[in-house]
Design a protein around this ligand. Structure first.
Ligand code: AMP
Ligand code: GLY
Length: 401
């Protein structure tokens, strides 16, 4: 099977690695990919927002399955155009991707499906959470503990231009739960916990995610979570005539009253995918192809007993800036010699040398019999990679056994 992977981050590098383990993979292509993916597949210089260019590329390469990583091209209708051209695609239509693209739409679907989520406050009052509708790469959420913070949050959200939603403030640990979906059936993958803030001890601004671990022991039974959270949403989207095909990603808060949905995403998470793929046993490509073909019944994708931890190494001004370019990266082979994997997030080749090119530059990932052992291997490997200005958190999966 010839596969085209759309995207250029560490999530896509991890997926690429997972796909290469499949006996049915004949060719792996990526657009635009990155230097890590280029070691195991062929990268093509087509951007993720060039929908016409991606459809043309998939047709000219006679691709059997397109796997879409990031949300923006999904919300813009990439999967619709690929399917219209007769190309099997793992990734939802624009209509189904609205579950991530619009928080107001997501609330409407969750209410109709009877899935528990934060209550909307008609009258904003601290403590509460202010959210700008639409895709804002994690920057559209304002946690407001005081009336002053609420005033700032409302102004900040309105400045982003879209509709503003105000929710009750929930408390509890968070967990990301992914399910592969074929439009009607949801197959659970593993659970993972993401570390969203830039600084140790969950301080500083939100980021795309600075690290993750899996499994998450306190998240309860995965099959039950997917049956109670993902399946009703999948059923509701199908009922509306917009079935969801792809990875349905629930961001949950485990509150004292039970799990509550914070958000749904229409794609694999980054960096959660790095740890989930590291733990997968079984044929990822077969599962993604079955989902794209609308027939996941009977497919189960196994997760190994090992735990996994990933640590993101970011540029010096991340998350304020995601354009740290040109600093030489060293030590990847050394880091991998002890059994870690270094997934490329924002890298480029310049005059034959690997350099930084983005915000989240590398995802250093390790597996082990326990989260603690995986963390130790991952941090040993992190100490071996280097570039000027590199920053990472020191407390990813800290204290977890
Ligand atoms: P979201 O983009 O909706 O996932 O929000 C980003 C982060 O904001 C989440 O991971 C939570 O840490 C926090 N958050 C969002 N909604 C709430 C809420 N209703 N109560 C408490 N924290 C929230
Ligand atoms: N790590 C969270 C996300 O991918 O949105």
């Amino acid at each position: 099977m010839k596969v085209l992977l759309v995207g250029s981050g560490a999530r896509e590098h991890a997926l690429a690695r997972g796909l290469t383990k499949s006996p049915s993979l004949s060719e792996l292509h990526a657009a635009p990919g990155n230097p890590g993916i280029a070691e195991i597949g062929t990268c093509h210089p087509v951007r993720v927002d060039d929908i016409e260019g991606l459809v043309d590329l998939a047709q000219s390469l006679r691709i059997d399955l397109v796997v879409v990583g990031p949300e923006a091209p999904l919300v813009a209708g990439l999967a619709d155009q690929l399917r219209k051209a007769g190309i099997a695609t793992f990734g939802p239509s624009a209509a189904a991707a609205e579950i991530e693209g619009s928080k107001a739409f997501a609330k409407d679907v969750l209410d109709a499906a009877g899935v528990p989520t934060a209550r909307i406050l008609d009258v904003p009052k601290a403590p509460c959470v202010v959210k700008a509708d639409g895709l804002a790469s994690g920057k559209g959420v304002f946690i407001c503990n005081t009336e002053d913070e609420l005033a700032e949050g409302l102004a900040g959200a309105r400045a982003l231009g879209d509709t503003v939603v105000v929710e009750e403030m929930l408390t509890g640990p968070e967990v990301s739960v992914f399910a592969l979906c074929d439009g009607s059936v949801a197959v659970p993958l593993a659970s993972a916990r993401d570390f969203k803030r830039i600084g140790d001890g969950d301080t500083g601004p939100n980021t795309g995610g600075m690290g993750a671990y899996s499994p998450v022991a306190d998240s309860g039974d995965l099959a039950t979570l997917v049956a109670e959270i993902h399946q009703p949403v999948l059923d509701e989207l199908a009922r509306r005539g917009t079935p969801f095909i792809g990875c349905l990603f629930a961001g949950l808060m485990l509150t004292p009253d039970g799990p509550r949905v914070l958000e749904f995403n229409a794609r694999f998470g980054d960096p959660e995918t790095q740890v989930i793929v590291a733990r997968l046993e079984g044929d990822l490509l077969a599962a993604l192809a079955a989902a794209a073909a609308g027939d996941l019944s009977g497919v189960s994708i196994g997760t190994g007993a090992d735990a996994a931890v990933t640590i993101v190494v970011a540029g010096p001004d991340y998350p304020a800036r995601s354009d740290y370019t040109g600093a030489a990266i060293t030590g990847i082979d050394d880091a991998e010699s002890d059994g870690a994997f270094v997934f490329h997030g924002g890298t480029a080749m310049h005059d034959g040398a690997l350099v930084t090119n983005g915000g989240r530059i590398l995802s250093v990932t390790a597996a082990g019999p326990t989260v603690r052992e995986a963390r130790e291997t991952a941090y040993t490997a992190v100490a071996k990679v280097a570039f000027a200005g590199a920053q990472h958190r020191n407390d990813i999966a800290g204290g977890v056994e």
